[in-house]
Design a protein around this ligand. Structure first.
Ligand SMILES: CC(C)(COP(=O)(O)OP(=O)(O)OC[C@H]1O[C@@H](n2cnc3c(N)ncnc32)[C@H](O)[C@@H]1OP(=O)(O)O)[C@@H](O)C(=O)NCCC(=O)NCCS
Length: 148
């Protein structure tokens, strides 16, 4: 069963394998696992003792692109583990963790064409707040809220 773990050398081998996958993949992979870690609490999604993906929770919402896109939660599944349900599990566990951390609601943002992420958010109760167009980005962003 998958769970969220504190990043640890215990998962070193599978984590390094995931980094190699990320480097080689042509699929969209947005963030390096430790990027902006100072602004977020980072957790690793682990299954069978192996690194599956990254979850980041920010109590203070942040945004790299536009203030309208400030959000609390980010998740990423390693390329070889995608489309197996882990993304949905990652957000479910992230919401439980965000509640434990003290948040009463979270804001999530994904690009309109990120079909997988949209499904994940909507399956976890995401309510669409608005569609945000940002100059320089051909695809609009979808901003969701989930009450915890
Ligand atoms: C988006 C992402 C997290 C999805 O993870 P995942 O483990 O594949 O998600 P799930 O297996 O839970 O899939 C949920 C649904 O989305 C679908 N899906 C997943 N990726 C998809 C894709 N690229 N295109 C179309 N559908 C997709 C799945 O088939 C599933 O739908 P179904 O049950 O109706 O078949 C993963 O592709 C990823 O890490 N992408 C890069 C980082 C990113 O975009 N993070 C989200 C930031 S908003």
């Amino acid at each position: 069963m998958a769970y969220l773990a504190t990043p640890s050398p215990r998962y070193r081998k599978s984590y390094l394998a995931a980094l190699r996958e990320i480097k080689q993949t042509t699929a969209p992979t947005v963030r390096r696992p430790f990027a902006r870690a100072e602004a977020a609490r980072s957790f690793w999604l682990v299954d069978g003792g192996k690194y599956v993906g990254l979850v980041q929770i920010r109590v203070k919402r942040s945004s790299g692109v536009d203030p309208r896109l400030k959000n609390n939660v980010y998740y990423e599944i390693r390329p070889s583990m995608r489309k197996k349900g882990y993304g949905t599990i990652a957000l479910k566990l992230a919401l439980k963790m965000a509640h434990r951390i003290g948040l009463a609601r979270v804001i999530l943002v994904c690009r309109k064409n990120n079909v997988g992420s949209r499904k994940i958010i909507e399956r976890n109760g995401g309510k669409l707040l608005r569609v945000v167009s940002v100059r320089g980005y051909p695809q609009p962003f979808l901003k969701y809220e989930i009450g915890l």
